[in-house]
Design a protein around this ligand. Sequence first.
Ligand SMILES: NC(=O)C1=CN([C@@H]2O[C@H](COP(=O)(O)OP(=O)(O)OC[C@H]3O[C@@H](n4cnc5c(N)ncnc54)[C@H](OP(=O)(O)O)[C@@H]3O)[C@@H](O)[C@H]2O)[C@H](O)CC1
Ligand code: K
Length: 526
Amino acid sequence: MAAMRTLGPKAAAALDEELMSTGAYSIDQLMELAGLSVSHAMYALSPPQKTPNILVACGPGNNGGDGLVAARHLYHFGYKPTMYFPKQTKNELYQRLRTQLEHLKVPFTDDFVGAAKKTDYIIDAIFGFSFSGEVREPFPAVIKALAESKVPVLAVDAPSSWNIDEGSPKDGPGKDYNPDALVSMTAPKPLVKWFKGRHFVGGRFVSQKIAEKYGFDVPPYQGCDQVVEIGSRGERLGEITSKTQPRHFATCSTYNPQICSMELSDNFAVLNCDEVEGEQDAQSQRTSTSACNLQVMIRAHAEVSNLAFARILKLPSEIRVQIYEDVVQRHAIIRPTTRFETEDSAVPQTCRVLRRQTLAVRYRNTLFAIDLRSISNARSAWGWTNAVSEETIAAIGKFRITTITECPCAKKDVVAEAALDTVGGMHGVRQGYAIVADPRSGWLNLMVSIDRSYSEDPCGVTVDQCELCGDRPMGIAGSLMRALDVLGLEDDETVMDRQGLVDILSLMQSVSPWTTDMDDRDDDFE
Ligand SMILES: NC(=O)C1=CN([C@@H]2O[C@H](COP(=O)(O)OP(=O)(O)OC[C@H]3O[C@@H](n4cnc5c(N)ncnc54)[C@H](OP(=O)(O)O)[C@@H]3O)[C@@H](O)[C@H]2O)[C@H](O)CC1
Ligand SMILES: [K+]
């Protein structure tokens, strides 16, 4: 996949001129769009629930203006921005942007170095494509602090102090400055050749005609996104290894758009591709017919759904295309690994560790996992969500339990179908339970299904009888009901605060562990 073309400093300045002359844009508009893109990139990197405090360092030029605009949007997204803006020019535009922030009571600080120690994220909007020469006062200490920062940094258009054409400086305060992320305005600058972090492009307003004239690519923005995450050099997908250290982790169930992509903590490392293989791989340890079938089904699914599953995952389009091509052309590298690996014991509290049949795709530092059970069995999509992220928990306030009784009576399918209305289209669920977080409606749906093979109820509680045959199966749902009882929740629809949800998830974990036990004994899982 070819890397995106870059725009040198002269071309970038000429483009801005053209946008403001023949393009009929005003500088305010361009800056508003640029700052909005920055705020979207920030949100994509880390939502306000995770990193509320953002220190925005603004330089004297338009790069600084982008930072001022971004801070306003971030405030409205729920962050708490703090501004460092030491060299304000007389330009009226900057005064207005500052006043807008002051009206929101966004604080301005003179002590960047001190503030940098207290924040969760820093936005570097000091210099953009017009930076040149040695860094002048008062910025050397600021650039040095950015280089030494323990908290992550998102750079706007360029890591400040980097040479736009030649990248990171050989000496000076920015010598070791390598921000974690970069959002390129309109098009990447040549310096991205040396940039190694996560990279977004923003500026969804230029026409194809202008892009052609200036020789850059308009990236494939999706939905109403203001930014696209791209690989700096268009590298191919990495292969899967159990040692992959993902920064983010996403799971998805194809047939249920309510199951969104989820993000977990940084130190969550998990991968399991047991029994799933792509091409016969020299290193593969086993072969499995179900894997071959799966492969065929994934392929068919990919063709039919035209990447719907990747879209649900909100994968960068580059990866979507890659998955699509790989899957359709049967080049997916899917390797069996033996076990899951979790690094953080807290993770299982809010996460159901992936089990079999997971297609994982590593893209740069991000590991994407797609739950193939949903892909492989279109008629009975497995409603498994493997993780409930902090962000999702923050977005939901209600909890709903649906019990699906899989009874040995002949009408069991009917029983399962009855759950359709309540859980948004999932059926065919067997043992286990699914947690479906739906931030849009504010629901955390917990679907409990019961299998007769669970003959004992660990908490001595029986649950709903089968509507059709009157039998009262027991099992995992019983323990859950018990857990709710402990919490004093009698209704199966409850509005609760975030802590309540966390408590429930923790309790479920403690009464019925979601991780290794089940995985160990679940060899016949299909
Ligand atoms: N294309 C888009 O989508 C848009 C991008 N925008 C953003 O604008 C910047 C470019 O803005 P510009 O005003 O041209 O310049 P900068 O902000 O990069 O920097 C200019 C100021 O920086 C000072 N400067 C330059 N070099 C040094 C140095 N070595 N030491 C200290 N200070 C330096 C310079 O100061 P002076 O003292 O020389 O005046 C300038 O004040 C682009 O990168 C995007 O982020 C726009 O928002 C429009 C849309
Ligand atoms: K910058």
